[in-house]
Write a protein that binds this ligand. Structure first.
Ligand SMILES: Nc1nc2c(ncn2[C@@H]2O[C@H](COP(=O)(O)OP(=O)(O)OP(=O)(O)O)[C@@H](O)[C@H]2O)c(=O)[nH]1
Ligand SMILES: [Mg+2]
Length: 256
């Protein structure tokens, strides 16, 4: 499970829902960097299970589709039980390059108590306009609730310190999970850092499982709940806009 350079014990978790065209390639490429690659096949109705059959990966199968968040959590739990110190998550649709894993782990080595987000900041114009707008909208709210500026809060390509999951009991559904964990982590003293990656959109790929309306609304509802619980968290807004110096902010963060 060890990676050559970093010395961390790492595992890769990939949620897959009807990803027959891309998942085998992504799994093989991820396995070149990390031995333990865990694919959570979330009740796919296509050939996702078959294409993974002879690959050196661990496949966890959900009998029915339970959504991205719960599938990620299942894979993360498995990785934790198998001794991972860091858990890398990435999507199975080809939008995240496993070849970027070493760069993310370098950043994790420098910031071992942070979530590292592979932020799709290069060639952003390649993303559909509506998706770009929804992502910027989500970034604003999530940064506010987290009390720090978060770039590309909707990227599923991340490195999490495994310890985080002992502390945060985040278990929300679908696409809300990855937004909520950033906020819960920040409140537990685990900030998010970003590493720039390319934006990849293939016009021939399957239709998105993310609904800019429904999923963004679910995220906004979750964030609004967090903000209300914190009395609208004006300090969080100030910090997320970068008005407050970041050194001071670090001093207030509790280490795990
Ligand atoms: N396990 C599981 N994975 C899902 C589900 N929906 C999506 N995924 C996976 O989550 C990842 C991201 O899904 P996408 O539909 O590409 O969503 P997205 O990348 O946020 O949206 P786009 O930018 O439009 O591609 C992929 O690896 C999917 O297979 C689901 O219901 N269950
Ligand atoms: Mg995608």
């Amino acid at each position: 499970m060890m990676t050559s350079g970093s010395g961390f014990r790492c595992a890769v978790v990939i949620p897959a829902y009807n990803e027959e065209t891309t998942i085998a390639d992504i799994a093989k490429r991820a396995h070149q960097f990390i031995d333990l690659v865990i694919i959570v096949n979330d009740g796919s109705s296509d050939n996702t299970a078959e294409v993974l059959d002879r690959l050196p990966v661990t496949v966890l199968s959900n009998r029915r589709n339970v959504g991205k968040g719960k599938s990620l959590l299942r894979g993360i739990k498995y990785a934790n039980e198998h001794g991972a110190d860091y858990i890398i998550t990435l999507d199975g649709d080809g939008q995240h390059r496993p070849e970027d894993i070493p760069r993310l782990l370098d950043e994790a080595a420098t910031n071992p108590d942070s979530i590292i987000i592979a932020a799709r900041l290069r060639n952003r114009h390649l993303a559909p306009t509506l998706r770009r707008f929804a992502n910027s909208f989500a970034d604003f709210w999530i940064s506010w609730a987290a009390g720090q500026r978060i770039r590309d809060s909707q990227s599923g390509f991340r490195v999490y310190p495994a310890k985080l999951f002992e502390q945060c009991r985040t278990d929300s559904d679908n696409f809300v999970f990855e937004s909520e964990i950033l906020i819960d982590a920040a409140h537990n003293g685990v900030p998010s850092k970003s590493v720039e990656i390319d934006t990849i959109y293939n016009h021939k790929s399957r239709t998105s499982h993310y609904s800019p309306a429904t999923d963004t609304l679910a995220i906004v509802k979750m964030v609004a709940g967090k903000l209300i619980c914190k009395g609208l968290y004006p300090l969080g807004l100030v910090r997320s806009l970068g008005i407050c110096c970041s050194g001071k902010e670090k001093g207030t963060l509790r280490k795990i």
